[in-house]
Design a protein around this ligand. Structure first.
Ligand SMILES: Nc1ncnc2c1ncn2[C@@H]1O[C@H](COP(=O)(O)OP(=O)(O)O)[C@@H](O)[C@H]1O
Ligand SMILES: [Mg+2]
Length: 222
């Protein structure tokens, strides 16, 4: 499904329905940012292939196109995708900054939208959980949030690994992605349960890839 659509639908082909859906997520995030601003948002779902990277990338584009400085961080150290979507190199990236002294500017990669920067995963480590749990990871996230109005973290799936659960404690909120028909409701319930157990603030659920006659594929937030 959707193989004919570029992952960056908000940049090239711009089907109105898709653009509008991402704008509506943006508007809802703006509402949720009152009274205290949401500066760090983690994107996760129950399993792989739900569209986490797709939603994170397009939302980041829409946010940056509206004048915010946005950093999109590839925190999926199992199956990183942002460097492919944005066609930049995978390193230096997040793991570089965590594992050795690195200036934050070194891991920020340019994109076609001037206000959007990507931090790719960096080289994949054998021990992602230990790396992401480190004080240096938290420090890197803090530094990134000082460099932008919004940092979006594209994460691994919440049921498969503990990375997103762990990272959810460091962010202002979580955007949870559901792709209808892709996994069981039980899996979604379990993922939400794991997130709420660590008191993650779930900002909303994005239903990704719903189909109907008039609008072939679109994400929708509620
Ligand atoms: N709403 C959508 N419309 C079209 N293609 C989509 C949509 N959501 C995801 N895809 C595609 O489905 C595949 C899996 O999505 P991806 O974002 O990589 O999932 P995840 O990051 O959750 O593993 C990718 O090829 C992506 O471009
Ligand atoms: Mg992904």
């Amino acid at each position: 499904m959707g193989s004919s659509i570029s992952p960056l639908i908000t940049m090239d082909r711009k089907p109105a329905y898709a653009d509008e859906s991402f704008r509506s997520i943006r508007t809802q995030l703006d509402f949720l940012s009152v009274p205290s601003p949401i500066k760090t948002v983690l994107v996760t779902s129950a399993v792989a292939e739900s569209g986490k990277s797709f939603v994170a990338a397009n939302l980041a584009m829409v946010m940056a196109q509206s004048g915010r400085d946005v950093i999109l961080l590839d925190a999926d150290l199992r199956r990183p995708q942002l460097h492919s979507i944005f066609q930049c190199s995978q390193s230096p990236g997040l793991t570089t900054a965590i594992s050795k002294p690195t200036l934050i500017e070194e891991i920020l990669h340019e994109t076609p939208v001037s206000q959007l920067k990507i931090v790719p995963s960096g080289p994949l480590p054998p021990n992602p959980v230990e790396l992401l749990a480190s004080a240096k990871a938290r420090d890197t996230l803090d530094q990134l949030s000082q460099h932008a109005n919004l940092v979006i973290l594209d994460c691994a799936p919440a049921i498969a690994v503990t990375d997103p659960i762990l990272l959810s404690r460091y962010v202002d909120g979580v955007l949870y992605i559901v792709r209808p028909g892709h996994n069981s409701r039980k899996a979604d319930r379990r993922a939400i349960e794991l997130l709420t157990q660590v008191h993650a603030r779930i900002l909303g659920v994005v239903i990704n890839g719903m189909r109907n006659e008039a609008e072939p594929v679109y994400p929708l937030a509620y």
